[in-house]
Design a protein around this ligand. Structure first.
Ligand code: CO8
Length: 380
């Protein structure tokens, strides 16, 4: 492999994390869902008895923690989520002239990443907002953020569900390598709580809101304390119906109810678990092999944060042993699944102790299916 000179080398030079102030515990979610279930099942007792109406199934906090590792999640707005007559966040609609909710949380994370990277708006040429949902089709949230930060150049939004962050970092890497941008600001404002079905025990506990941001830039222009060279990127997608969210701009044209459960996040969780774990392990082993490394050469794994059992299984397949929390940090116990942002939260909280030359792997896996990884090396 040809070694790159410093104007060709691409680094991650700063990362930012914004955590919402509101926490929702498993117990709170379970109490709300179970109260809703009692009310619904009582109201529909005759229909349930006749087999015409499906009863709402009750949830269990012990099940949630054991099955997923999740203990709590942060949400942008807590009001409304636990109200059994609503069970969705009560978010105020903002006028066209106001800053959008998603741009607001994107800006919190973006400013922190820019500070960490010692960059101002004048140093950045592109903004990518990449996440599981954007709150509108246009104007792009990225262009709104670009405007707020006084950045020249261009911005665009992209959606790749759980792999939105890694896939956007891939694009940023390519832009910097190609010379179309000196530095790219990649932001993942994961405002997912509006799409969670808090009445469904299979999925009501899975997600939390957060925003992360990363600066990707030319190594010769980077000045921050903690820099990670991007040695290589690897992506894979494979179509699957097992994770879906059907709400979209066509919803109002259908004759049915635009707010039915299938319009919200839903999945065949067990199938996802079984299918994605081997795919992710193979993907990571292959990515390392292509660059002449073995899993044991990796100092830190910043893995996607959906389920602790998935991460342990994938790590065990790769390493032949269980990694400790220092090798493969877990943040989902506090943050839950934050769609694409999970591995970036792990990176944000666990990168400053790495030594020059040490390797790390950032990886996402989820809906699509989609898997994305970056092989990183701590710079001197
Ligand atoms: N309480 C009590 N019992 C429950 C509950 C609950 N809350 N939930 C399910 N059960 C029951 C089930 O009904 C089932 O009962 P039965 O045996 O009678 O049928 C039993 O418990 C066992 O259920 P499962 O087999 O489903 O349990 P698992 O051990 O598989 O755990 C998980 C369920 C935690 C969902 C697990 O399967 C999992 O994590 N799978 C991987 C999922 C995953 O990673 N998905 C990726 C999703 S993220 C993504 O890609 C999209 C990004 C967009 C995000 C934005 C969304 C808003």
């Amino acid at each position: 492999m040809r070694l790159l000179n410093s104007s060709e080398q691409v680094v991650i030079s700063g990362v930012g994390l914004w955590t919402p102030e509101h926490v929702v515990t498993n117990q709170e979610l379970v109490e709300a869902l179970n109260a809703y279930a009692d009310k619904f099942n009582q109201q529909h007792a005759a229909g349930i008895e006749a087999g015409e109406v499906k009863p709402v199934m009750k949830s269990d906090a012990d099940f949630i923690e054991k099955a997923s590792g999740i203990k709590q999640r942060y949400v942008y707005v807590k009001d409304g989520i636990l109200d059994i007559d609503r069970m969705r966040p009560r978010i105020e609609e903002r006028a066209d002239g106001e800053l959008s909710h998603q741009a607001e949380i994107a800006l919190h994370a973006a400013r922190r990443a820019m500070t960490a990277a010692n960059k101002t708006g004048a140093d950045i040429d592109a903004v990518v907002v990449s996440c599981a949902y954007t709150q509108r089709a246009y104007p792009a949230i990225a262009i709104e953020v670009q405007h707020e930060l006084g950045i020249n150049g261009f911005g665009f939004d992209m959606l790749v569900a759980c792999s939105a962050a890694t896939f956007a970092l891939h694009r940023a890497y390519e832009m910097v390598r190609a010379g179309t941008a000196r530095a790219v600001l990649v932001i993942n404002p994961e405002l997912v709580s509006p799409q969670v079905n808090y009445r469904d025990r299979d999925s009501h506990f899975i997600f939390g809101d957060v925003a992360t941001a990363v600066i990707v830039e030319r190594k010769d222009l980077a000045s921050s304390e903690h820099q990670f060279e991007v040695l290589g990127t690897q992506a894979k997608t494979l179509y699957s119906n097992n994770i879906r969210s059907n709400f979209g701009y066509m919803s109002r044209a259908y004759d049915g109810d635009p707010f039915t459960a299938d319009k919200l996040f839903h999945q065949e969780g067990r199938s996802v678990f079984k299918e994605v774990c081997p795919m992710a392990a193979e993907h990571l082993a292959e990515h390392l092999r292509l660059y002449g490394y073995q899993p044991d050469d990796v100092r830190r794994w910043w893995l996607h944060q959906a389920n602790i059992n998935m991460n342990q299984l994938i790590s065990k397949k790769l390493l032949g042993r269980m990694p400790d929390g220092d090798e493969a940090p877990i943040v989902l116990d506090r943050y839950a699944n934050t769609a694409s942002a999970g591995s970036i939260i792990a990176f944000n909280l666990h990168h400053q102790d790495m030594l020059p030359g040490e390797l790390g792997v950032l990886c996402s896996f989820g809906a699509g299916y989609s898997i994305g990884s970056l092989l990183l090396k701590k710079c001197a």
